[in-house]
Ligand binder design. Structure first.
Ligand code: ZN
Length: 196
């Protein structure tokens, strides 16, 4: 079932989500929630969706960056973003550790801030310890775009949105981004908007 995605202004997006017990993870309601989150993310479409975004204050997110999305991007953008396909998976009760704090700054968006985008600096590499949908412990190491997706989704589980971390002068509507900025190198965009 496709769920409605909450937009900024819903309190649930600003509240910390609670952890799930292994018993809850294996329960039918949570298994159904996971299935509906994948369906909702793919319909949007997006590369990640956290439970608070569909009104559930639970430490659960689904992630998938399909090859078809990446093939539509110019090769130089794929290369500079270190973007590679990520198979569908679930993160539950994640603990994030920054492995390489070097800031990678790129435009990103959020399904809860429809129609907007901004440059957001994120750590280049992270490690995430979490449970999967079978309540098994998993350790994930990620660099580049996948590390960005993980940081973005885990932020949702703490009531944080990208607008809390963005370079505020870069905040803009998607239409203007598509029209004027999508092919501008980020360093040049930052210079033009007076960020650096
Ligand atoms: Zn988001």
């Amino acid at each position: 079932m496709i769920r409605e995605i909450c937009q900024a202004g819903k309190l649930v997006l600003r509240q910390p989500a609670r952890a799930l017990t292994p018993e809850e993870i294996l329960s039918a309601p949570i298994q159904e929630l996971i299935a509906s989150m994948f369906e909702t993310m793919r319909a949007a479409p997006g590369v990640g969706l956290a439970a608070p975004q569909i009104g559930m204050p639970l430490q659960l997110a689904v992630i998938e960056d399909p090859r078809e999305f990446i093939q539509k991007l110019p090769p130089h953008q794929v290369a500079e973003r270190l973007r590679a396909p990520v198979a569908p998976h679930v993160i539950i009760n994640p603990q994030l550790t920054v492995e390489d704090p070097t800031a990678a700054a790129f435009f990103e968006g959020c399904l809860s801030l429809t129609g907007f985008t901004a440059i957001v600096p994120r750590a280049l590499a992270v490690r995430v310890e979490c449970l999967n949908e079978r309540a098994e412990p998993v350790s994930i190491q990620a660099r580049g775009w996948y590390a960005r997706i993980l940081q973005h989704e885990i932020d949702h589980l703490h009531g944080t949105l990208y607008i809390d971390r963005m370079l505020s002068r870069s905040f803009m509507g998607r239409e203007n981004f598509e029209r004027h900025w999508k092919d501008v190198p980020v360093a040049e965009a930052r210079r033009l908007i007076g960020d650096v």
